[in-house]
Design a binder for this molecule. Sequence first.
Ligand code: HEC
Ligand code: HEC
Ligand code: HEC
Ligand code: HEC
Length: 288
Amino acid sequence: MRHKRVSALMAAVLAGATMVMATGALAGIANTRHNLSNTNNVADSNNVTDTADVCVFCHTPHGADITQTDNPPLWNKRLLTGATYQTYAQLNSASIDGEILAVGSISLACLSCHDGTQAMDNIINAPGSGGLDATGGGTNGRNFAWTGSPRVDAGGVGLLIGVANLGVDLRNDHPIGIEYCGGGFSGAGVGPCRDEDFRAPTRGAANSTLANTFWVDTPGNGTAGTRDKTDMALFTRTFTAGLGPSVECASCHDPHLEAGVSNGGAAGETFLRVSNAGSAVCLACHTK
Ligand code: HEC
Ligand code: HEC
Ligand code: HEC
Ligand code: HEC
């Protein structure tokens, strides 16, 4: 009797473990609006019927776009040049301290869909053998068939429409390509910030592979001083004064993050690295 109970308990524990593993395998980008494949089952979103490949809409193992400086990783879409975009610098805000670079780095990757200028099935290396085309099929992409609720253009080539289409005028969006800290650090090394209204970032230890990597630890998530998924990522770019930490789209957003899934204690929403409840995203960087 007693034995039976123990083995029943063990079975329950094992079943629980299997469930956790199964959920783990399903969690992530597949359950988000960034799954543009025919495996997408997220309500109120769009996808194509042509392929079950999730990553291919953004990354390719071979033949990636390498035309830009600070190129996004293994990028599988045609990228526009930074000069295409109007930046926050052109707003001439009287209170801005930091230097704002032309749009580049990771932000170009997001904008290869979110500027609404080309079909989201613009794909350089299409799924399967022999599908390489450096133009990604041009503005209208690969002519995949789009289905789902109307977050893409009714004409159906697969352009993003609505609030998710930021356009090429980024003067009305939070600055990107902006050096963190109010224009970097005063004095040598990391911190203090030139503008004390910023939380000091962390820089990877000298001689480590993260030596030129910067991030802002979010309070209450992960381990302080360690680069966690829940930290605000800063992307190293070359400013007039030299290498520095830059705020880009993926500083605040992780494009792979499933909403509502525990991420080091916080829930991802609209691909935010931490929940923005209490404006936690803003307060991660701004001391206000
Ligand atoms: C909607 C676009 C999109 C899709 C789809 C996507 N990624 Fe990414 N991925 C990005 C962007 C943008 C970056 C760079 C920003 C960053 O580092 O988070 C990136 C970065 C990465 C990185 C390097 C940085 C890191 O976080 O480790 C890896 C590895 C990666 N992606 C793997 C994948 C895999 C595997 C898939 C498919 C299961 C996938 N991605 C699907 C947009 C995407
Ligand atoms: C392959 C095209 C593609 C790329 C690249 C891409 N996105 Fe998206 N994104 C989409 C689509 C499609 C949607 C769903 C449209 C909508 O929500 O209205 C979306 C939605 C979003 C949303 C809203 C999510 C919601 O629940 O409403 C955010 C935030 C977002 N993307 C951020 C990013 C960021 C940041 C990057 C780069 C790191 C990025 N995306 C790269 C296609 C893309
Ligand atoms: C400084 C932080 C930050 C940066 C940088 C940033 N975002 Fe966001 N973004 C947010 C927050 C916070 C929200 C959620 C706003 C809300 O809940 O209304 C958001 C929302 C969005 C949405 C969803 C809009 C909607 O209402 O459905 C999209 C799409 C998006 N961002 C794309 C981008 C892209 C593309 C970039 C780079 C060009 C970018 N973001 C840069 C913080 C940021
Ligand atoms: C990853 C760090 C980071 C996050 C997160 C962040 N910001 Fe910022 N923000 C900056 C930087 C850097 C600047 C440029 C400040 C400067 O150099 O003067 C800036 C500038 C601003 C400005 C001032 C622009 C000007 O003209 O002076 C406002 C307003 C602002 N952010 C609001 C927000 C809000 C609201 C949120 C949350 C939705 C947010 N920020 C999240 C880093 C961040």
